[in-house]
Design a protein around this ligand. Structure first.
Ligand SMILES: NC(=O)c1ccc[n+]([C@@H]2O[C@H](COP(=O)([O-])OP(=O)(O)OC[C@H]3O[C@@H](n4cnc5c(N)ncnc54)[C@H](O)[C@@H]3O)[C@@H](O)[C@H]2O)c1
Length: 335
């Protein structure tokens, strides 16, 4: 039986599943059988410290899960120090909520907070043995970060990207240790969504893959493995669906609420495609469509003109307070 409820921290619809044999793959309506998760956390991955680069919505969620679920020390770095501070406050709110729901004790929340450190320079992350990059979905930015990480980390440090669509092999080529580079694609919101898509690049070693699988398990995530193709499994399927919803809106085939209600009630999705686009971030959706279009060379992946216009206007969805919906009155992530 599926219960749909509001998650007040993310101000969005989350989903609680009573039947453990089902899990939610994305915010779309894909359900599939997964083995039940063990409550036992196995820390046999050999990782002593995690680094997170990018303290936006994804980096914040990843840091929270690493510190609170996998119980690992975490260092977070963002180019914008205000973002890192905001991430810490957001994690504090998540912990307060978890205490009020009696999911953790106040002492556990204190322990989790003590495991999180804000870094002011990327070189601070050199003590981490597994670093997860979660900055904007832009190949040049990611390659620059990976080439910097190549200089400040030793040969054994594993470097993961949370990219939604960009090729891991190309990102890895910015380093001198492509065997240590992997895709670790968390779903949004990270504390709730059970899936991590793992993407080995062409040169990723078996060891790197195995450590990443073990880390995902220690975060109590179920993983799937995808080949290194644009959009991987999740966004190859999800983004054209969202893009088509924007085209339908643009062509005035239907109004926003009719589009979302049709998919929510007609196909049992927790939220419609336009609300989901707002949650993901319209800039991220546009970037992913551009990657699919450029890399796969098929006009069916051409981004909707209206999507580009919203991004040009700075209407990026929940994180800026306005997208296809207006969030000014609610808790917007970046407000
Ligand atoms: N939003 C989603 O639903 C979602 C889901 C899965 C994966 N992702 C992927 O995760 C990544 C981050 O997405 P997000 O939604 O958290 O974005 P976001 O816009 O919320 O956050 C991005 C953060 O990166 C920081 N940043 C930018 N350039 C930087 C640099 N050079 N060094 C350090 N920090 C830098 C920004 O200051 C910002 O805080 C993207 O690759 C995205 O595709 C997003």
């Amino acid at each position: 039986m599926i219960h749909i409820k509001r998650n007040i921290f993310f101000g969005q619809v989350g989903i609680a599943l009573k039947n453990k044999n089902f899990s939610l793959l994305t915010k779309a309506h894909i359900h599939y059988s997964v083995p039940p998760l063990s409550d036992k956390i196995t820390n046999d991955h050999g990782i002593n410290q995690i680094g997170v680069i990018g303290a936006g919505q994804m980096g914040t969620g990843i840091a929270y899960v690493a510190a609170n679920v996998a119980k690992l020390p975490v260092k977070i770095f963002d180019l914008d120090p205000r973002k890192a501070d905001k991430a810490f406050s957001f994690i504090e709110r998540l912990l307060e909520k978890a205490i009020s729901k009696e999911r953790i004790t106040p002492d556990q929340a204190t322990d989790t907070k003590s495991r999180i450190e804000i870094s002011t320079s990327i070189s601070d992350l050199s003590s981490a043995d597994f670093i997860i990059e979660a900055v904007v979905e832009d190949m040049d930015t990611k390659r620059k970060i990976f080439s910097e990480l190549n200089l400040v980390t030793d040969e054994n440090t594993i470097l993961a990207s949370n990219t939604s669509s960009i090729g891991i092999t190309g990102i890895a080529a910015a380093t001198k240790k492509p065997d240590k580079v992997i895709g670790m694609h968390f779903m949004n919101p990270v504390p709730i969504m059970r899936l991590v898509e793992i993407i080995p690049g062409l040169i990723t070693s078996e060891h790197t893959l195995n450590v990443t699988k073990k880390l995902a398990r220690s975060m109590k995530k179920t993983y799937t493995i995808s080949g290194d193709a644009p959009g991987f499994i999740s966004n190859r399927l999800l983004m054209p669906y969202i893009n088509e919803a924007v085209i339908i809106l643009e062509q005035k085939v239907a109004r926003r609420d009719d589009i979302d209600t049709t998919m929510r009630l007609g196909t049992n999705t927790p939220m419609g495609p336009l609300a989901l686009a707002d949650l993901i971030g319209l800039d991220t959706c546009l970037s992913i469509m551009k990657v699919l279009h450029r890399e796969l060379g098929d006009s069916k992946y051409s981004p909707a003109v209206l999507l580009q216009k919203y991004v040009d206007a700075g209407w990026l969805g929940k994180k800026t307070g306005r997208g296809f919906y207006d969030y000014e009155e609610s808790q917007s992530y970046n407000k």
